[in-house]
Design a protein around this ligand. Structure first.
Ligand code: TYD
Ligand code: MG
Length: 455
């Protein structure tokens, strides 16, 4: 028998190390390396080919197979993010900051599935059953036929699940579960990995949909291993800014549907309410058009969403001016500032720049470049963009504007919300723009000349 080799794993990124170090080479985190006993002893030296296994049954691609039936919860935003309902025998990971509303969301989802006639078990490792029941009653879900348990020993959880054979099992959270064959504390990399492995293989064997809740570290990764993300079929992130009531459920990986799909919820006194028309919500409390404010027509997943981008430019007292961004990528902001300076001669030297995406949503689309550039120019020149105008387009380093996808959908959504004009890159497939007045721009210099009167 081979002696199990101890190894050291980073609790942030899961990278493996031969010996303990203070700093992880993988992600650069300090003090995140923990000792762990590996699950298996790895491949043995002997080739598998010498000890033959049994023949597998092979099929071809043309074999007709019905698509997996999907279970609908009746919560439209949730079903959309799952890619049109929950798939049986699938494993899903729902990650998010502590306190963002994961338990609330999943309790409501559990109640919705149970009321739709499915058998649902909710295992809480963090709260006592009385606490979960109290929350359910406060949410008005007291009479939903959800079965509750408070348990952290995975052997007991699996035994119960095997006996009950539910359609949906929710494990809140994976960091609290422990497997008695693994010799480390709950929440450690090896425990989380072993628990996730047991639960996903349970899902495949018994046809149960398993949903795991995972906490996110302050660096934004699911605590412990990214490894869990590889094991499950679907990874959803529940995100939102503290102090905003909007919560966004985002699919970052989905084997059964589109990734990048979002569902929008609003945290109310009575739990999470679905927001069917996010654009109206994100623009809802918009003030009168002011310099530095631009409406971006974006696409989140399969759905167009309008958001307001705000910029503030002010003389700096610092030798190195501030560049602060909320809801967008800081690196991309530096790039746009550099392109503006190089291609149009408009410099932001000696100026602090603040950029904010209103409403607490995070934008990752490059199509927001033009809207950001417009917001920056508008703030710097103190000239408001004409009201009722939406903007979208990608910026290349040469200063040229690049067409983006789904222009027609973006324009339709804007028209629906009462916008009458749009600025977009030349060459966008705008289709039938209807009443919209379109301004198609080839590059940044034209934008500066036409819209901001040559800067
Ligand atoms: P919770 O679901 O416990 O978060 P997580 O499981 O992600 O840690 O959500 C807790 C927060 O949600 C808490 O700060 C209060 C808020 N909340 C409401 O505003 N309204 C509600 O009806 C509920 C149940 C929670
Ligand atoms: Mg919780």
């Amino acid at each position: 028998m081979v002696k199990p080799v101890t190894q050291f794993a980073c609790s942030d990124c899961g990278a493996l190390h031969k010996k303990w170090t203070g700093r992880c080479d993988g992600c650069g985190a300090w003090n995140s390396i923990q000792e762990e006993v590996p699950l298996s002893q790895g491949p043995s030296k002997k080739s598998l080919g010498t000890m033959k296994g049994k023949r597998m049954a092979l099929t071809d691609l043309a074999t007709e197979e019905a698509p997996p039936p999907r279970t609908l919860s009746g919560m439209g935003e949730l079903d959309r993010v799952f890619g049109g309902g929950l798939v049986p025998a699938s494993a899903t990971l729902v990650g998010g900051d502590p306190g963002i509303g994961k338990s609330t969301l999943l309790l409501q989802a559990a109640a919705a599935f149970a009321q739709a006639g499915h058998k649902v078990i909710y295992v809480s490792g963090e709260e006592a059953t009385a606490q979960v029941r109290m929350r359910a009653q406060r949410l008005g879900l007291g009479d939903a036929p959800v079965k509750l348990a408070a348990e952290t020993n995975l052997r007991d959880v699996l035994t119960t699940l095997e006996a009950e054979k539910p359609d949906l099992a929710i494990i809140d959270s994976i960091q609290t579960m422990w497997v008695d064959t693994v010799d480390s504390a709950p929440g450690s990399v090896s425990q989380v990995r072993a628990s996730a492995h047991e639960l996903t293989s349970f899902a495949k064997r018994f046809g149960t949909s398993v949903v795991l809740v995972g906490h996110v570290t302050k660096e934004g990764q699911i605590a412990g291993p990214r490894v869990v993300e590889h094991m499950v079929d679907t990874v959803l992130y529940f995100e939102g800014e503290r102090g905003h009531q909007f919560r966004i459920l985002r699919a970052v990986k989905n084997r059964f549907g589109p990734a990048d799909e979002i569902g929008v919820f609003e945290m109310t006194g009575a739990g999470l309410a679905e927001v069917a028309n996010p654009s109206a919500l994100f623009l809802g409390d918009r003030d009168a058009p002011a310099p530095g404010s631009v409406v971006f027509a974006g696409i989140e997943g399969t759905r167009p969403v309008l958001v307001e981008i705000q910029a503030l430019v002010a003389p700096s007292q610092l030798s190195q001016p501030r560049r602060a961004v909320v809801g967008w990528d800081g690196g991309r902001l530096s790039m746009i500032l550099a392109v503006l300076e190089a291609r149009t001669g408009i410099s932001f030297q000696g100026l602090d720049v603040y950029l904010n995406v209103a409403g607490g949503i995070r934008i990752s689309e490059p199509a927001a470049d033009l809207a950001v550039a417009c917001a920056l120019l508008s703030a710097r020149e103190d000239a408001a963009i004409p009201p009722e105008t939406v903007v979208f387009g990608e910026l290349s380093l040469s200063g040229a504007l690049r067409p983006v996808s789904q222009a027609e959908n973006r324009l339709k959504e804007a028209a629906k919300l009462g916008f009458t004009a749009a600025m977009a890159p030349k060459g966008c497939k705008t289709g039938d723009a209807g009443e919209m007045s379109l301004r198609l721009l080839p590059d940044l210099a034209t934008l500066v000349g036409e819209v901001f009167g040559a800067g």
